[in-house]
Design a protein around this ligand. Structure first.
Ligand code: HEM
Length: 520
């Protein structure tokens, strides 16, 4: 009897082990090899699959080597620098190529029509974000299907133009606080100029703006949240490299433990802000009910009233996830746009002068306001050209949920697609032979006349999942830039090292030290 039970148990264990081993073998070898064969038969090229890490080891090596160097500001290898590994792959294997992210092949896509097709079918081409992406922030950016549609519908009104117009004064307060800090720095030096790394000031500014406008929270709360978000982003990037291993993030490694601790602290801080707002609402205090947090909480109260109706609104956990996302998405991207705009205006002082003249013509010495922003034609052209050359999100990733046709290709489930926005924006076949040059005048007749193919300018993505905050970002950037131009002229410090680095957004790896001269 005992013997029989022993045999049965052993058989179960052996059968389970064999099944598990076969699954692992399939995941690590048979499936990737099958996908590789399928892709090669269609004329697509890339390195042969190497089990487990694929091309990741090379990718990390190239990235590390890149981190140790800067490039010449005027040279045209900015793109190579940003997309070094992709660039090497494209040079070696051509436009139709792929890179191995662990056992998943990722197809490089820089064709505007294909990108448009992918972005217009969000149900088919979803975000293949490994679980690690979700540690960084949950929220709408990472949702799919019905839940995404529900959240987008709830959040959309917070970004209507009328709401944005009402937010402009609060954005103005953050901008003038930053300008005052910069002025104090300049006046504390004995000259009328001062060398300042402008990057942390711009990061603080965009963080402060989102804290104030979306959450009505103060600067101290906001900065603590950002500090934690940045820490988490840094740790997440380390994790991303191993994120293709299922369950990796649950192992008790040092990084995983740190991520968890940071996430918990962040969660309780946000919970604190939410509770404060809920109490103020209960007391009937006059608080902005139609800022983002107000809208999210209203949806939560609707969900409570219609108990059981899961389509009614958001849970408090949903609200917290959205808060985390907006603190992140609302700041990192806009600070990136601002910093590269200032760098390029240093490199092209004639455009800095033109932009300043326009700002002075429209606003004089008064504080810039929402109503005047429409008249900033030169500033708009400059920002569009910066978004073309230095897109804050230089690539985005999708994966197919089923075997699907894409142009002439058939994309099986399990193949990921890297949409190379940065390369698309720099393609000489689309933008002309001067594609690599900073020429804001190409946008003088609007986006549709700047390029042969309309869908080739997509700094904010396109299709149903286009950036929800694009108007917000443009208003904020214009207000901030206008104020900076009114008060200072700026040039790059001799210590500036040009090293655009694509972390999650495009950032200046060694900061942006500039010489600011007071114009007063
Ligand atoms: C220059 C500034 C910005 C740029 C270049 C930018 C770019 C983008 C891009 C490329 C996407 C698509 C990502 C993907 O589908 O994988 C996106 C989505 C998104 N952005 Fe922005 N963004 C900017 C500013 C903002 C701001 C200020 C906010 C919020 C206040 C914001 C909130 C979002 C959200 C919530 C999504 C997800 C939308 C969805 O999936 O439905 N962004 N952004």
């Amino acid at each position: 009897m005992v013997l029989t039970l022993g045999i049965i148990l052993t058989s179960i264990v052996v059968a389970a082990s064999i099944t598990w081993a076969l699954k692992l073998l399939n995941w690590l070898w048979f499936k990737p090899k099958k996908l590789e064969k399928f892709l090669r038969e269609q004329g697509l090229n890339g390195n042969p699959y190497r089990p487990f890490l694929g091309d990741l080891k090379d990718l990390i090596r190239v990235k590390r080597a890149k981190q140790q160097r800067s490039i010449k500001l005027m040279s045209d290898d900015t793109l190579q620098h940003i997309f070094m590994y992709y660039h090497q792959t494209l040079t070696k294997y051509g436009k139709n190529s792929f890179i191995w992210f662990g056992p998943w092949p990722r197809l490089n896509v820089a064709d505007p029509e294909l990108i448009k097709e992918i972005l217009n079918k969000p149900d088919v081409f979803q975000k293949p974000l490994p679980e690690t992406g979700k540690i960084l922030a949950g929220g709408i950016l990472f949702l799919e299907g019905e839940k995404w549609a529900k959240h987008r519908k709830i959040i959309n009104p917070a970004f209507h133009l009328e709401k944005l117009k009402n937010m402009a004064p609060a954005i103005g307060v953050s901008c003038s606080n930053m300008v005052e800090k910069l002025k104090a720095m300049v006046s504390s030096s004995n000259e009328d100029w001062c060398e300042i790394d402008i990057w942390p000031y711009l990061e603080d500014l965009t963080g402060d703006v989102i804290s104030r406008t979306a959450f009505g929270s103060n600067h101290e709360e906001g900065s603590k949240i950002f500090q934690l978000q940045r820490e988490k982003a840094k740790l997440t990037l380390q994790l991303l490299q191993l994120s293709f291993i299922p369950g990796w993030r649950y192992l008790p490694t040092k990084t995983n433990r740190k991520v968890k601790a940071t996430a918990n602290e962040l969660h309780s801080l946000l919970r604190g802000i939410i509770d404060k707002r809920l109490k103020a609402m209960e007391r009937g205090e006059a608080i902005p009910a139609d800022d983002l947090l107000g809208i999210l909480l209203e949806s939560n109260s609707k969900s409570n009233q219609e108990h059981g109706n899961k389509n009614a609104g958001m849970s408090i956990e949903d609200v917290i996830e959205e808060c985390k996302l907006f603190y992140f998405a609302g700041s990192e991207t806009t600070s990136s746009l601002l910093v590269w705009t200032m760098v390029l205006l240093c490199q092209h002082p004639e455009w800095q002068t033109q932009a300043r003249e326009e700002v002075m013509r429209v606003f004089g010495n008064s504080e810039p306001c929402f109503e005047g922003l429409n008249q900033l034609k030169t500033v708009t052209m400059i920002l569009q050209e910066v978004l073309r050359l230095y897109p804050p999100t230089p690539l985005i990733v999708r994966g197919s949920t089923e075997t699907v046709k894409l142009g002439n290709l058939t994309i099986p489930r399990g193949v990921h697609l890297t949409l190379l926005i940065g390369l698309l924006h720099n393609d000489p076949e689309i933008w002309g032979n001067d594609a690599k040059d900073f020429k804001p005048q190409r946008f003088s007749e609007g986006v549709s006349n700047a390029t042969k193919i309309q869908s080739s300018f997509i700094p904010f993505s396109s299709g149903p999942r286009i950036c929800i905050g694009q108007n917000f970002a443009m208003i904020e950037t214009k207000l901030a830039l206008a104020m900076i131009l009114q008060h200072f002229s700026f040039e790059l410090s001799p210590s500036y090292l040009h090293a655009p680095s694509s972390m999650l957004t495009l950032q200046p790896q060694f900061g942006a030290p500039m010489i600011l001269r007071s114009l007063e």
